[in-house]
Design a protein around this ligand. Sequence first.
Ligand SMILES: Cc1cc2nc3c(=O)[nH]c(=O)nc-3n(C[C@H](O)[C@H](O)[C@H](O)COP(=O)(O)O)c2cc1C
Ligand SMILES: Nc1ncnc2c1ncn2[C@@H]1O[C@H](COP(=O)(O)OP(=O)(O)OP(=O)(O)O)[C@@H](O)[C@H]1O
Length: 163
Amino acid sequence: MVRVIATGTFDIIHPGHIRFLKEAKKLGDELIVIVAREKNVRHKPKPIIPEEQRRRVVEGIKYVDKAILGDEEDMFKPIMELKPDIIALGYDQHFNEKWLEEELRKRGLNTKVVRIAAKEECEFCSSTKIIKRVAEIAKKRVEEYEARLAAMAEKSEVKKEVV
Ligand SMILES: Cc1cc2nc3c(=O)[nH]c(=O)nc-3n(C[C@H](O)[C@H](O)[C@H](O)COP(=O)(O)O)c2cc1C
Ligand SMILES: Nc1ncnc2c1ncn2[C@@H]1O[C@H](COP(=O)(O)OP(=O)(O)OP(=O)(O)O)[C@@H](O)[C@H]1O
């Protein structure tokens, strides 16, 4: 039984996440995902979705056998408990494979670190891009609504003057 671990924030799920998890599962028999704790997401804006909901959505993906929330203080704690054969890193995850393998060796684990280079290309294959699009569209819709209200108010002012 080859146990694979994948990690990530998984804020707004998109086809890039599905591709990553599909490739990670192919590396072994069992895929466990460690979902980043809100407190530890410092390299980009904080996630929109609360951590327990992010975990539940990831666990619902068919390639994922189990998803857990990571540790808040020590990223190696869940790894030491789960003792994976393989850790899969996504194409843009900022961890160095060599460094990570060395840290695991120091802790007595012979885990292999594998970089999944595959990148799914689509217009919104990024949580950050989806969030930006939602913000832009929401802003535009509010502006359009306010313009409609202003136009209606102006019409009723004109009416009042005529009367
Ligand atoms: C081997 C490994 C273990 C990790 N363990 C934890 C953890 O226990 N708790 C946590 O909050 N983040 C942990 N992380 C970090 C995140 O899950 C995530 O990979 C990191 O924040 C980069 O996020 P992104 O690729 O989603 O931007 C771990 C990352 C790796 C590579
Ligand atoms: N388009 C993609 N193709 C393949 N893998 C991806 C893609 N997008 C994200 N991943 C992988 O999914 C995992 C979790 O990524 P993460 O939660 O940071 O998503 P993200 O959409 O890249 O987020 P953000 O846009 O906020 O940086 C990482 O291993 C990452 O490399």
